[in-house]
Design a protein around this ligand. Structure first.
Ligand code: NDP
Length: 310
C-alpha cells in the first residue's frame, strides 16, 4: 500500500505544496482530503486549522505537521491523535520575522513616527539620533524566532535583553528566565517585543498591571499572538500615550474589526498578521526530513509538546 500524505489548509495552495513535496517524497501519495482513496493508507497529515473530527478517519496516522509556527489553535483540541506533532519553523521564516522586528525597532530607535508626523505638518523637527547602545530592547520569548530576532538586534548594537521559560545563552543578549524576573524585565525595556507562543500561561501575561511597568514613553511590538496582551489595557495605555508607540501584527480577533479603536490611534502601526510566513521551499525539506525520521523510527525535529502548549 502506497503511504499517503493528506493536506488540509484553507489558506495555503495545495498545488504549490504538492509540487514541492512530491520530488522529495517519491514513495508517498500526496492528496487533499476529498481525494483520499483509502483512509488507512494515510500516514502523514500536513494541516493548518483542520476541522474538528479531521483525524478520526485516519487510524494509521504517524505524523501531524502543523502548517505554520504557531500551534495555539491546535494543541488545545480534544481530538488530537497521540502521535508526534511538528510545526514548520525554518531559518528562512526566522529571517523574515527578524527583518520585521528589526524594521519596527529601528523605526522607533530613529524616531521615524515623530518625523512622519512632523512632515505631515511641514515642520522641520530635528531629533538628535540616539546611540543604539543606549536603547534597551526586551524580547519576550527566545525560541526559533525570538532568539534569531534578538541576535539580529544585538548585531545592530542595541542593548538587548531576552526572557524565556528556561535559561538561555545567546551571544550579545542578556538572558533571564522565569516569571519571577518578568516585572523587572518589563520595567527595563524601552522597546518591548513579544515573541511568545499563546499558551494558558502566556494568555494576558501582559495585563494592565504589567503594561504599566513599562518605562514612560516606551514602545511596544507584538508579532506573536494578540491574546498574550490584554488588548483593552494596551489600547488605553496607547490612547493616553503612557505607551508612546506600538507596532501590532496580531490581535484578539483577526481581521481586526473596523470599529476597533486601535485603527484610529496615530501612534499605532497595524499590519495584518504577516510578520512571517512559512516559506514553502525550505519548509518542504524539513517536512520530508521528518517523514523520513518517523519511517526510520527516529525522533522528529521541531516537535510540539501539547501539554506545554508550544
Ligand atoms: P518557540 O516555541 O520556538 O519558542 C517560544 C519561546 O517562548 C521559547 O523561548 C519559550 O521558552 C518561550 N516561552 C513559552 N512559554 C513561556 C512562558 N510561560 N514563560 C516564559 N517563556 C515562555 O516559538 P517561535 O519562536 O518559533 O514562535 C513564537 C511565536 O510566534 C509562535 O508561537 C507564533 O504564535 C508566533 N508567530 C507569529 C507569526 C506572525 O506572522 N506574526 C509567524 C510565525 C509565528 P523556552 O525556550 O524556555 O521553551
Amino acid at each position: 500500500m502506497t503511504p499517503t500524505l493528506v493536506f488540509h489548509s484553507e489558506f495555503d495552495s495545495f498545488e504549490q505544496w504538492q509540487a514541492l513535496l512530491a520530488p522529495l517524497l517519491p514513495h508517498v501519495r500526496i492528496c487533499q482530503e476529498q481525494d483520499v482513496k483509502d483512509p488507512d493508507s494515510v500516514h502523514y497529515a500536513l494541516a493548518w486549522k483542520p476541522p474538528q473530527g479531521f483525524f478520526a478517519r485516519y487510524r494509521n496516522l504517524k505524523l501531524l505537521v502543523n502548517l505554520g509556527a504557531g500551534v495555539d489553535q491546535l494543541v488545545g483540541r480534544d481530538d488530537l491523535p497521540a502521535i508526534p506533532i511538528t510545526r514548520v519553523s525554518d531559518p528562512d521564516m526566522g529571517r523574515m520575522m527578524a527583518s520585521y522586528v528589526l524594521f519596527a525597532v529601528l523605526r522607533y530607535a530613529r524616531d521615524i513616527p515623530a518625523l512622519e508626523r512632523a512632515q505631515r505638518e511641514c515642520r522641520w523637527h530635528y531629533l538628535h539620533p540616539r546611540l543604539p547602545g543606549s536603547i534597551r530592547v526586551g524580547v519576550l520569548g527566545l525560541g526559533e524566532l525570538g532568539a534569531y530576532a534578538a541576535q539580529e538586534l544585538a548585531r545592530q548594537g542595541f542593548d538587548v535583553r531576552g526572557w524565556s521559560r528556561s535559561p538561555k545563552h545567546l551571544q550579545g543578549v542578556c538572558c533571564v528566565s522565569g516569571l519571577a524576573h518578568l516585572d523587572a524585565f518589563i520595567a527595563e525595556s524601552d522597546i518591548l517585543v513579544t515573541m511568545l507562543p499563546l499558551t494558558p500561561q502566556t494568555r494576558h501575561l501582559l495585563d494592565a498591571r504589567r503594561l504599566a511597568l513599562l518605562p514612560e514613553g516606551a514602545c511596544f511590538i507584538n508579532v506573536s499572538r494578540g491574546a498574550v496582551v490584554d488588548q483593552q489595557a494596551l489600547t488605553e495605555a496607547l490612547s493616553t500615550r503612557r505607551i508612546a508607540e506600538a507596532t501590532l501584527d496580531v490581535f484578539d480577533y483577526e481581521p481586526l474589526p473596523p470599529q476597533d479603536p486601535l485603527w484610529r490611534l496615530d501612534n499605532v502601526l497595524i499590519t495584518p498578521h504577516l510578520a512571517s510566513v512559512a516559506i514553502a521551499e525550505s519548509a518542504a525539506r524539513q517536512i520530508a526530513d521528518n517523514i523520513g525520521r518517523v519511517d526510520r523510527g527516529e525522533a522528529v525535529l521541531h516537535q510540539v509538546d501539547p501539554v506545554r502548549g508550544y
